[in-house]
Write a protein of this length. Structure first.
Length: 329
């Protein structure tokens, strides 16, 4: 057998095998290239083309806000606070904080939040600004702002449909800036990129009565809770942290393993506390003794809800809640 004949036989065998393979395959199957496909399906409840649109206190406490009090017109909060030198080389700081007044709602079907920012540029003023936060392009965005005033006292913040309602105490004509007396209820609405005031109603608050002052003075108060924009602390042993207002403007304080005295001044709903001499014992680990005494020194306002006493700290630094313990004779 010649070499040429052998090659013809081998080629014939290969062609026969290929023909059988094709006959055994379905005739309607075609070989196609593999294509990678990225799904664009939107999970139920989320906006198309965006990640989950959700606002919470942590997001609000770490957001950048446009504020004229910051040197470059922007204040990036970190854990609810922004600090910078008021001027290069200055020992004075500009401090901007997220207050503990926050409201969550919806605007045009999208999640939104309203917050109050407090700015202290190192001078005599403390400025309050209402800020509306929503989502644009899947990211938290400032939708509008409105200036509330200098050294006002915020009482309540809430959504009312497509509007935001702020209740506060501001300066009436003739009031010193440090002592506002006029209670107002302001309603704001988004207009373009601003919050515009739509109505302002002057409210007449109930005048303090002797009964309210007696309720404050004739009770030993037990500290049960502290809240601020970033945390809520439940006091584990309220009976170890007590406050007693005595006649004549004197205080008796128990701060865990320490005892202290002090003084207080009442003027309407305003309350100022001065801590006097205190023992300096080292309490057990986890004690709230130091924080309790420090917070009391920053109290500026008191009010009651049912039987509980609430003390608001300076610059919306938080609220201390007390429950009545025993009444004084």
């Amino acid at each position: 057998m010649t070499r040429f004949t052998l090659m013809i036989i081998m080629l014939s065998a290969v062609l026969t095998a290929c023909t059988k393979g094709l006959e055994s395959s379905p005739s309607n199957v075609a070989i196609s290239p593999v294509i990678a496909v990225t799904s664009t399906t939107t999970p139920t409840g989320l906006q198309s083309g965006t990640r989950e649109t959700r606002l919470d206190l942590d997001t609000l406490a770490n957001l950048e806000y446009p504020l004229e009090y910051a040197r470059y017109g922007k204040a990036k909060l970190v854990n609810g606070e922004f600090r910078e030198q008021a001027a290069p080389g200055s020992a004075t700081e500009t401090i901007i904080k997220l207050s503990d007044f926050t409201a969550f709602g919806e605007l045009n079907g999208a999640p939104a939040a309203a917050v109050v920012l407090i700015s202290d540029a190192g001078g005599s003023g403390t400025f309050y600004d209402l800020t509306l936060v929503g989502f644009q392009g899947g990211k938290p965005t400032i939708l509008g702002m409105a200036h509330l005033g200098d050294r006002v006292v915020i009482k309540n913040l809430q959504f009312a449909g497509q509007e935001i309602v702020v209740e506060m105490v501001t300066q009436a004509e003739g009031d010193p800036m440090s002592n506002p007396s006029q209670h107002v209820r302001n309603t704001y609405r988004v207009e373009g990129d601003r919050l515009e005031i739509k109505s302002s109603e002057i409210k007449t608050p109930a005048k303090p009565t002797d009964d309210k002052e007696n309720q404050l003075i004739k009770t030993t108060w037990q500290w049960v809770r502290f809240t601020n924009p970033l945390e809520a602390i439940e006091v584990p042993k309220p009976a170890d942290y007590t406050l007693e207002f005595l006649d004549g403007g004197f205080l008796q304080i128990k701060a865990d393993c320490n005892q202290a005295t002090g003084s207080y001044v009442l003027e309407g709903s305003a309350l100022k506390i001065e801590i006097g001499p205190a023992t300096l014992a080292a309490c057990s680990p986890g004690s709230l003794s130091d924080q309790f005494l420090k917070n009391l020194g920053f109290v500026r306002i008191y009010f009651f809800k049912e039987e509980d006493l609430f003390l608001d700290l300076f610059a919306d630094g938080g609220t201390m809640q007390f429950e009545p313990g025993q009444s004084s004779p």
